[in-house]
Design a protein around this ligand. Structure first.
Ligand code: MSP
Length: 511
């Protein structure tokens, strides 16, 4: 059994979970469910990022201690993930002891390797990014009081703050060639390619040492050799990926699951994940991740959804309107991973109606109706040589390839090609017009077999719907317990199952 370890970014607890957070978390969930179908031993990790100035300030605004504040927000993330049917195996909080131990261990290793040194630092800092910026990286624009400033953060368009302090620095500049060599030797580690090229561009444009400690702040993890400094929030946060698999517990047990197979990240945190993080790991003598899958943003009204922009959509409100699986499907199917997507209610309803109500829902309903009328409600066997068998085999191959490439929208489109072909197969043969008999039995057997395969292939995206289809065509047990590739082979639907119709899976929504 191969191991498969996938992580999401850990989310800042200064905001409540929103659609932007749900986006990556649902993609990771579907990807890891797919790997469970392949029989892999999966570890899916998510969690919360709880240290740093941004959180300390949010706690002050809420009139709470940072610990009480983070304790109040972190469960909102785990609750949201439960409501979205996220099957994470672990949820890490950076305020946990296991995490603190791992950060101390990683810091010490990099310090012992000579890659962390003390220096004085003066510079402009964006609290929202928790990043220093050089003057040439800043942008001009209006500030909240209406004046124009040329000192705005390029990501948040908010004024940066001037900080001067004694900091420890991580000597990132020493790693430029080593990183380029490593990426050169691992050309598929960063995907999709266009996002990977952005990361390589950052390295090629020259690497500057970065500050990894603060003395002006105490909401963080102290440096083991100089505890009046606390670790920079990104050094702290990135280490969660190691902490969760046991790094820092005094054993080498973490290597059972490390290196991670995929870090799922947004395009805004490429520098930290694809430049800082591998350099930190190289310094500490730890293997580099096997892959990074870099997503775009889900925009709302053309802007990244964020608390600062005030365009936050709460995923839990959407589920009430469109159903959990309708929502999950939309998130997975509507945007090619790596590109930006634009969230709109109209887009959500239109995709729901076309792919779910008119395609999958319609297929499930018409199969059950015809089987009830023409086959006494009892499922019939497929034709082992049906043309649909070849379509199913091709759909399966494509689905596998696209999941392997972390392209859920393409994987689902490949799965949907079987749904579309099965609907056409029915429309060509019109079993609803024919007299009951061997011919109708075979057409319906083919359609039932296609539905069996579709239920398996769409289960990572829509676990509840897949199980409902599975049960309606009379298959026993849990669809999630099926194993690929065996279960996708054509011809396994057994004659004699009870087929039931049930309520419409996806009632059409008014546009
Ligand atoms: N805490 C850091 C990550 C540390 S990981 C070691 C952080 N947190 S965040 O909550 O601000 O954002 C986490 C991720 O969510 C980022 O990858 C970001 O791209 C993603 N998203 C936040 N809003 C988003 C959208 N509107 N659309 C898609 N993803 C977005 O950064």
């Amino acid at each position: 059994m191969s191991r498969f370890y996938v992580t999401t970014p850990i989310y800042y607890v200064n905001a409540e979970p929103h659609l932007g957070h749900a986006y990556t978390t649902i993609i990771g969930d579907a990807l890891t469910r797919w790997h469970r179908l392949l029989g892999d031993d999966v570890t899916y990790l998510t969690g919360t990022d709880e240290h740093g100035l941004k959180i300390q300030q949010a706690a002050e605004e809420a009139g709470l201690t940072p610990q009480a504040f983070t304790d109040s927000i972190a469960p909102k993330f785990s609750d949201a993930w439960q409501k979205l049917n996220i099957g994470n195996d672990d949820f890490i909080r950076t305020t946990e002891l296991r995490h603190k131990a791992a950060v101390a261990e990683l810091l010490q290793r990099c310090y012992d390797a000579g890659d962390i040194e003390l220096d004085t630092f003066a510079g402009k800092y964006c609290v929202a990014c928790e990043e220093y910026y050089q003057d040439d990286e800043l942008v001009s624009g209006p500030t909240e009081d209406g004046s124009i400033s040329s000192d705005l953060c390029p990501i948040h368009q908010r004024p940066v703050e001037y900080f001067e302090e004694e900091n420890y620095f991580f000597r990132l500049s020493r790693f430029e060639d080593r990183l380029l060599d490593w990426y050169g030797a691992h050309p598929t580690a960063l995907r999709p390619e266009h996002r990977g090229n952005e990361a390589l561009g950052l390295i090629r444009s020259g690497l500057r040492d970065f500050s990894i400690s603060r003395t002006s702040l105490d909401w963080g993890i102290p440096l083991p050799w100089d505890p009046k400094h606390v670790a920079y929030v990104w050094f702290d946060a990135l280490t969660n990926y190691l902490a969760a698999v046991g790094f820092g517990d005094g054993t080498d047990g973490y290597t059972e699951r490390w290196p991670v197979d995929f870090h799922l990240i947004g395009k805004d945190i490429v520098r930290q994940h694809c430049v800082y993080w591998p350099a930190m790991l190289m310094s500490a003598g730890i293997d580099l991740p096997k892959g990074w899958a870099i997503g775009g943003w889900l925009l709302s009204g053309g802007e990244k959804m964020s608390k600062t922009s005030g365009n936050v959509v709460n995923p839990l409100d959407l589920i009430d309107d469109i159903g959990l699986d309708g929502f999950r499907y939309y998130v997975l199917a509507d945007t090619a991973y790596g590109n930006d997507g634009d969230f709109s209610w109209e887009g959500l309803v239109s995709r729901y109606n076309s792919d779910l109500a008119n395609n999958l829902g319609n297929l499930a309903a018409r199969v059950a109706t015809v089987v009830a009328k023409k086959c006494d409600g009892i499922g019939t066997a497929p034709d082992p040589d049906s043309a649909l068998g070849a379509v199913a085999a091709e759909a399966y191959e494509q689905t596998v390839a696209h999941w392997a490439d972390v392209q859920p929208s393409k994987a689902l489109d490949a799965t949907w090609s079987l749904i579309r072909a099965t609907n056409s197969h029915l429309e060509t043969n019109e079993p609803w017009k024919a007299e009951p008999g061997a011919e109708v039995d075979q057409v319906m057997g083919d359609a039932l077999e296609a539905l069996r395969i579709v239920a398996i292939l769409c289960s990572p995206a829509m676990p509840d719907t897949a199980q409902a289809v599975w049960e309606r065509i009379g298959m026993p047990g849990d669809v999630a317990d099926q194993r690929l590739p065996e279960a996708a082979a054509w011809g396994q639907y057994p004659a004699g199952n009870d087929v039931t119709k049930g309520d419409p899976l996806f009632p059409r929504m008014k546009p």
